[in-house]
Design a protein around this ligand. Structure first.
Ligand SMILES: [Zn+2]
Length: 257
């Protein structure tokens, strides 16, 4: 008689101690971490910690907090409050490139600053940001184009880290994207007018921004243009896709996409 199912007599007590053999390694894998997202906390140091540690019942966090000044209670600039391997709750409804719900695929860094559109980031704090972002970029092989702000991934809801965040310096320190000035000059010289809305949308989408092309209303597009300007043309954040903004976008596409 063939025996093709487990019978009473085969059943053993559950073995709770199987070895897991890791002798063989596949080369086919990548990091689950694909983006680094930068925020400001909009609160002072103490409130930032309380909020992000979960003390005030808000369901928000980040992997790191970067302090703005050293005190007895907070004697360091960089604090890790959630392990990189865990999913911290910093992004909310968000999209970048082919990824959405970016809590799944990103590291979140909250920087103590009340309003990065008004208050400059102190030099020492900025040095700590460069150090941490470069370290994470190297560790997880994150691409420069995927080191971005909260407003880049949620343009209609968020304005952080703000137009005073020194993206250009961060990029030139080797830890995010920036255009080559010569490319911008070239594109400016070839453009007679700003692009129409359809082309403007397409190019922003190509870079990584999310725009629903079926929405005829221009509100969403304007939010995205403002987010792009806050990041790459902070001297003029007016939600209008002018020739300079478009030339910067084309220069970035040429370099990175
Ligand atoms: Zn944020």
């Amino acid at each position: 008689m063939s025996k093709n199912h487990t019978t009473e007599s085969d059943i053993l007590p559950i073995n709770t101690d199987f070895p897991i053999n890791n002798k063989y390694k596949s080369i086919n894998f990548n990091s689950r971490i694909r983006q680094i997202i930068i925020h400001y906390t909009a609160e002072d140091t103490q409130k930032s910690f309380d909020t992000l540690l979960g003390k005030d019942k808000n369901k928000v966090s980040a992997h790191y907090i970067i302090n703005n000044a050293l005190t007895e209670k907070y004697p360091d600039f960089i604090y890790q409050i959630v392990s990189d391997s865990k999913r911290s709750w910093h992004a909310g409804v968000s999209t970048w490139g082919n990824d959405s719900d970016l809590n799944n695929s990103s590291i979140g860094i909250e920087i103590v600053n009340l309003d990065g559109n008004v208050d400059a980031y102190p030099e020492e704090q900025f040095q700590a940001i460069v150090f941490l972002v470069k370290k994470l970029k190297q560790l997880y092989k994150v691409k420069d184009v995927d080191i971005i702000g909260h407003s880049d991934i949620a343009p209609s809801r968020k304005v952080d880290p703000g137009k005073l965040f020194p993206w250009e310096r961060l990029a030139k320190s080797g830890a995010s994207a920036w255009y080559d000035e010569s490319d911008v000059e070239y594109f400016r010289s070839t453009l007679e007018t700003a692009p129409n809305d359809e082309i403007g949308k397409e190019k922003l989408i190509e870079y990584g921004y999310h725009i629903d092309k079926h929405i005829k209303d221009l509100k969403q597009y304007k939010f995205v243009v403002a987010a792009f300007q806050r990041h790459f043309r902070p001297s003029g954040v007016d939600s209008i896709m002018d020739v300079e903004t478009y030339a910067i976008l084309l220069a970035l596409l040429k370099k990175y996409r």
